[in-house]
Design a protein around this ligand. Structure first.
Ligand code: GLC
Length: 723
C-alpha cells in the first residue's frame, strides 16, 4: 500500500481521463523540439500525437545533449498549454556520465569499491540537473556472465555481492539521502534497470529469450535490485526479456509479487522502450489491447514510446476491463516522482542556474580522472611496470593510441573529446620523447603501418602497445560471436616483441576480450576498459607509477570462446572439478582445455606482491550474532601497495545447491614494504541468507567454509558452524 501526499491525491481528483492517461505515457523530446530528432534509442513509431494530447503527456526521454535552454524552452511551452500546469518530467540515459564521461559501469565495478560509482553518479546527477534532466535511466544492475552480449559493458559483472555494492553506491550518488521525501536540486531520481534477468539472454544474443530457475532469479539476479530498492531507488525499468516465459513488462508475478510485495518497492515502474507491446512480440497477446491490460495489471505505470497506453487505455477503462482506480494509482506514482523532484513547487528547479551551469563545463574532469585510475586491472607484469619517469624515448604503438574514442557505449551527450593515450603520457612524462605509430588498423592488417611501427620500436627505450576494440562494438544491439583480440593486433604484438622486450600492452575495450594469445606474447598487460574523457591521463598515471593499479576483475576473462559462459560462482556438484584439470575422468571438464578462465573473477595485480597467512575464523556463529574471520597480510615487495583482500564463503550443506564459493566481503589494505597487517572480516547470518524453495529467505544451520585470498581462485581454508 502506498500513501500518497494530499497534494498528489488532490491533483489526481481534478484530472480528466485523458489527462490521467497522458501522465502514463512517455514520448521522446523530439515530439516537442521542433527542430531536433534527438538521439533515439529505439524505433520512432510513425504514430501521430494529437495536438491536445501532446500537452498532457507526463514525461519525456531526452537523449540529445546538455542544452539546458532547449529543455527549458520545452517546459515553458508545455506549461503554457497544460490545463493543470503539471510540469513535464525529463529522463535520460546517463549511466556513466553526462557532460563529463566517466568509466563504463563494468570498469567501475572492477574498482571493487563503492566510491568510484558513487562519485560518478554524483557528478552525473549534478550535470543532468543543470541541463534540466530529472531522472537517470541508471544504474544497469543486470548480472551477466556472457561477454558476447554487448551490454555487459553496462553491467556490474557476474557477481551479486559486487552488483549489490555498486547498486547502493549509484542510487546514493544519483538521489542523495533517500530518507528525504524531497531530493536536492543537484540530485536526480534513479531508474534502476533492467528488471529482471536481461543479462541472461540466450547465447549472449541481445533481446533473445532468457530461461533461468527461480533460484537463479532470487539468489543471483535480484540481490543488486534489492540493494538499490533498499537504498531508495525511485524508479524501476522493466527488461525487454521474459521471466518464466512471460515478458517482464507484462509480468504480474515479477512486478507485483516480487518487486512490490517481496522487495517492498514503492516507487514508479516504467517500461523499456516500446516494451509494453512485448506480449504481442512473444505471441501472448493477439492485439495491443491485450498487451495494455496485462501491463497495467502487472503494475507498469509508464509506457515508454509504445503508444499502446494512449491508444488503448481509454477504451479499456470505459468498457470496464481496467478500473479507473488502477489508473489513478499509476498517475499518483508519476505525480509523486514530480513532487519528490520538486517540480510541483518549481518546474525549473535546478535548470540552467548559474551555480549548476558550471557543471556543464569541463571542471569535473579531475573527478573523472580520479575514478578512472581505480578501474584498470593489471593482468600480467613481468618486471615491466611501473615505467621509470626517466625513460627518454617511449613508443606508443597500436590502433588505440591516438584518434580514439575512449568514452564507451551510452555516451550520447558528452562528445568524445577524450584525452588520448599519447596525450596522457605526455602530460605525465613531459620530458620524454613520445612517438606514436598505429602499427595496424583495429581489425585489419596494414603492412605499411607495421613496418614503420617496427622501426620505431627498434629505437625506443620502452613500448606501450595500445590495443582493443572500437567503442561501438559494445552497448545495445551489439552481440558478437567473436571476441578474440583481432589477429592484426596479435601480429603487431608479435612483431614488436621481436625487436623490443620492454613492452606493456594496454587493452581498451567495453567487454572482456580473449587475451590468451596476447598473454603468451607480451610480458605485461593492463586491461584499461573504456574510462571516459580522462582515459589517457588515468592510464598514464598508472603506467608511470604515480598511482598503483588496484582494479580487480568483476567478470571472468575466458581462455577461449568455447568456454563462454565461464564464471567463478559455479555450483559444487557431484562431479565437481575444482582445479579444472583435463586429465581426470567422470568429472566436469573439457578434454581440450581447462574449465578455468584465463583470468578469474577478483583477479588483479598491484605493483607489489603480498602473502596472506594465518586464516582463522571463530568456530561457532549463533543466530543474530557475529563472528570474526581474520588473516595476516604481508607486503613482500619493495613498493608501497594497496591490495583488495577478498572473503569467500561456501554453504556446505543447504536446501539447494550452492556455488562452491561466493564473495561475501572485500577489504582494501595499504602496506609499506615488508609491513604486515591483520585484516578482520565480520560474518553474520545476514551474509549467509538465501531464498529457499518456499520463497523464504534465511540461512540454514550447519557447516560453512571460508577462504580469504587475492581473488576467487582461493582455496577454502577454515570452517565455522551456524547454530
Ligand atoms: C533502450 C535500453 C534502455 C534505455 C531505453 C531508453 O532500448 O534498453 O536501457 O534506457 O531504451 O533509451
Amino acid at each position: 500500500m502506498i500513501n500518497y501526499s494530499s497534494r498528489v491525491e488532490t491533483l489526481v481528483s481534478k484530472m480528466t481521463l485523458s489527462e490521467k492517461i497522458g501522465q502514463t505515457f512517455q514520448a521522446v523530446s523530439a515530439a516537442y523540439g521542433k527542430n531536433k530528432i534527438g538521439c533515439l534509442t529505439g524505433p520512432l513509431n510513425d504514430e501521430k500525437i494529437s495536438d491536445d494530447f501532446i500537452w498532457q503527456i507526463g514525461s519525456v526521454i531526452d537523449n540529445t545533449n546538455f542544452d539546458c535552454d532547449y529543455l527549458k524552452s520545452i517546459q515553458e511551452e508545455y506549461l503554457k498549454n497544460s490545463r493543470l500546469k503539471i510540469p513535464l518530467l525529463f529522463m535520460s540515459d546517463a549511466i556513466h556520465g553526462y557532460r563529463t564521461m566517466c568509466p563504463i559501469p563494468l570498469a567501475l565495478a572492477c574498482a571493487f569499491d563503492e566510491k568510484p560509482a558513487f562519485e560518478t553518479a554524483s557528478l552525473t546527477a549534478k550535470e543532468l540537473r543543470a541541463a534540466g534532466i530529472h531522472i537517470a535511466f541508471a544504474p544497469v544492475l543486470d548480472i551477466c556472465r556472457d561477454p558476447r552480449w554487448g551490454r555487459i559493458t553496462e553491467t556490474p559483472g557476474e557477481d551479486p555481492f559486487i552488483g549489490s555494492l555498486m547498486a547502493k553506491a549509484y542510487v546514493k550518488g544519483f538521489q542523495g539521502d533517500s530518507n528525504n521525501y524531497f531530493i536536492e536540486d543537484n540530485k536526480v531520481g534513479s531508474a534502476i534497470k533492467h528488471f529482471a534477468g536481461y543479462g541472461f539472454v540466450a547465447g549472449g544474443r541481445d533481446y533473445d529469450e532468457t530461461d533461468f530457475s527461480v533460484n537463479t532469479l532470487q539468489n543471483l539476479i535480484l540481490p543488486p535490485f534489492k540493494s538499490a530498492v533498499d537504498a531508495g531507488a525511485m524508479m524501476v525499468m522493466t527488461a525487454f526479456t521474459c521471466v518464466g516465459a512471460v515478458p517482464c513488462t507484462n509480468n504480474k508475478m515479477l512486478l507485483n509479487d516480487i518487486l512490490r510485495e517481496q522487495m517492498q518497492f514503492k516507487g514508479t515502474i516504467i517500461s523499456d522502450y516500446g516494451s509494453v507491446g512485448d506480449v504481442c512480440g512473444y505471441g501472448i497477446a493477439a492485439d495491443p489491447s491485450g498487451t495494455v491490460k496485462t501491463a497495467v495489471e502487472a503494475g507498469c505505470d509508464i509506457d515508454m514510446m509504445s503508444f499502446h497506453y494512449p491508444n488503448e487505455l481509454e477504451k479499456l477503462i470505459k468498457n470496464g476491463a481496467i478500473s479507473e482506480s488502477q489508473l489513478d494509482k499509476m498517475v499518483a506514482n508519476v505525480l509523486t516522482l514530480k513532487e519528490r523532484i520538486g517540480l510541483l513547487d518549481d518546474p525549473f528547479k535546478g535548470i540552467c542556474s548559474a551555480e549548476n551551469k558550471k557543471y556543464l563545463g569541463i571542471e569535473n574532469r579531475e573527478i573523472s580522472r580520479s575514478v578512472s585510475r581505480k578501474c584498470p586491472v593489471l593482468l600480467k607484469n613481468e618486471n615491466i611496470l611501473p615505467f621509470s619517469k626517466k625513460i627518454k624515448k617511449i613508443a606508443v604503438i597500436g590502433p588505440m593510441g591516438e584518434n580514439v574514442s575512449y568514452v564507451g557505449a551510452w555516451s550520447l551527450f558528452g562528445g568524445d573529446d577524450s584525452v588520448q593515450l599519447t596525450e596522457g603520457i605526455k602530460n605525465v612524462v613531459p620530458n620524454a620523447n613520445i612517438l606514436f605509430e598505429k602499427g595496424c588498423d583495429i581489425e585489419e592488417d596494414n603492412a605499411g603501418l607495421l613496418s614503420t611501427a617496427i622501426n620505431l620500436a627498434k629505437k625506443a627505450d620502452a613500448v606501450i602497445l595500445a590495443l582493443g576494440e572500437h567503442w561501438y562494438r559494445t552497448g545495445e544491439n551489439n552481440s558478437r560471436t567473436n571476441i578474440n583480440l583481432p589477429l592484426s593486433q596479435i601480429k603487431l604484438a608479435k612483431e614488436i616483441m621481436r625487436v623490443n622486450k620492454s613492452v606493456v600492452a594496454t587493452v581498451f575495450t567495453g567487454r572482456p576480450l580473449i587475451l590468451q594469445e596476447l598473454s603468451d606474447i607480451v610480458p605485461a598487460i593492463m586491461l584499461c576498459w573504456f574510462l571516459g574523457h580522462e582515459t589517457g591521463n588515468a592510464v598514464a598515471d598508472l603506467l608511470f607509477g604515480d598511482y598503483e593499479p588496484t582494479g580487480r576483475l568483476a567478470v571472468s576473462i575466458p581462455k577461449s570462446m568455447g568456454q563462454i559462459p565461464v564464471y567463478y560462482n559455479r555450483f559444487k556438484t557431484s562431479h565437481f572439478n575444482e582445479d579444472g584439470n583435463t586429465d581426470v575422468d567422470w568429472q566436469t571438464k573439457y578434454t581440450d582445455s581447462s574449465i578455468l578462465p584465463e583470468y578469474p573473477f577478483g583477479f588483479g595485480l598491484g605493483y607489489s606482491d603480498i602473502e596472506i597467512t594465518d586464516v582463522q575464523v571463530e568456530p561457532v556463529l549463533k543466530r543474530f550474532g557475529t563472528i570474526k574471520a581474520v588473516c595476516n597480510v604481508k607486503n613482500t615487495g619493495k613498493r608501497k601497495t594497496t591490495q583488495v583482500i577478498q572473503l569467500y564463503i561456501n554453504d556446505v550443506v543447504a536446501e539447494i545447491a550452492h556455488p562452491y564459493k561466493e564473495l561475501k566481503g572485500i577489504k582494501k589494505v595499504e602496506l609499506e614494504p615488508n609491513q604486515t597487517k591483520k585484516v578482520v572480516f565480520e560474518i553474520s547470518e545476514e551474509l549467509l541468507k538465501y531464498y529457499h524453495l518456499d520463497g523464504k529467505i534465511f540461512a540454514d544451520n550447519g557447516l560453512f567454509r571460508i577462504g580469504i585470498g587475492k581473488d576467487s581462485s582461493v582455496k577454502m581454508q577454515a570452517e565455522f558452524e551456524l547454530i
